[in-house]
Design a protein around this ligand. Structure first.
Ligand code: NAD
Length: 248
């Protein structure tokens, strides 16, 4: 029996990176997988890959900006219309501008909070009523080690991820009576476009010894942790943050 057989899962920011790896893994484990992203071409490519390459794979692409309420409301309505229910929500979409407080302008701060934090609020706001109806559900938020311990020159991003951890723990309390679990993963250094966007190859080589096992993590290694928390194997776990890649 596959671990997500018969489940419907929404994964935001699933066109590439960790979200894509999660969507592919979920499909392999039997879930009907909804790929939500602003990027149409990459989103459609991921969706087609799943439908073509994953045995029994059933993926649906919905283009949406998850920081916008109307987009999220329409996305959730489409999922219910086409697939009838929502069992799993993975709030993964994010952006990562860098900078200290002096380098971060007000509009960048607002944009990061909107994409990284408000988006999770919006997706949960519109998805949770459907989970309550079914008296079951699992939500996994993709936070970051930077949200647990902070980091230099990345003030807005680290703060948004700390907020997402607070959101995870509070939502877990509120949704416990409805048998809905809410957890987070906190990855460290994972080899994706986001990670490479503001670090040169040289910098990564210099720093790599500080990373767990002296290497970057793979998106699939985060996907495995998300799968565990999303699946019934984590049926007695809620309000937790699972670090992927070492804390320090
Ligand atoms: P990525 O940039 O490769 O992927 C992020 C995806 O989110 C992209 O497909 C992007 O188009 C999408 N997205 C961005 N804004 C969106 C919006 N408003 N609406 C819909 N989609 C949107 O990054 P990644 O490394 O795969 O990151 C995935 C998650 O993992 C993020 O939450 C990130 O903060 C977290 N994370 C990554 C690392 C790392 O080292 N890569 C470490 C810790 C946490």
């Amino acid at each position: 029996m596959r671990r997500l057989e018969g489940k419907v899962a929404i994964i935001t920011g699933a066109a590439r990176g960790i979200g894509k790896a999660t969507a592919i893994l979920f499909a392999r484990e039997g879930a009907k997988t909804v790929i939500v992203d602003v990027l149409r071409d990459e989103g459609e490519e991921t969706t087609e890959y799943i439908n073509r390459e994953v045995h029994g794979g059933a993926a649906l692409f919905i283009q949406a900006d998850v920081s916008e309420a109307d987009d999220v409301e329409n996305m959730v309505e489409t999922v219910i219309e086409k697939l009838g229910k929502i069992d799993i929500l993975v709030n993964n979409a994010a952006i990562q501008p860098v900078g200290t407080i002096l380098e971060t302008d007000v509009s960048t701060w607002d944009r990061v909070m909107k994409v990284n934090l408000r988006s999770a609020f919006l997706c949960c706001k519109y998805v949770v009523p459907h989970m309550i109806k079914n008296k079951s559900g699992s939500i996994v938020n993709v936070a970051s080690v930077l949200g647990l311990r902070g980091g230099d020159k990345i003030i807005a991003y680290a703060t948004s991820k700390a907020g997402l951890i607070g959101f995870t723990k509070s939502l877990a309390e509120d949704l416990m009576p409805y048998n809905i679990r809410v957890n987070a993963v906190a990855p460290r250094a994972i080899d994706t476009q986001m990670f490479r966007a503001y670090r040169s190859e040289e910098e990564i080589k210099k720093k790599v010894d500080r990373y767990l096992f002296s290497r970057l993590g793979r998106p699939e290694e985060v996907a495995n942790a998300i799968l565990f928390l999303a699946s019934d194997e984590a049926s007695y776990i809620t309000g937790e943050v699972l670090v992927v890649g070492g804390y320090c």
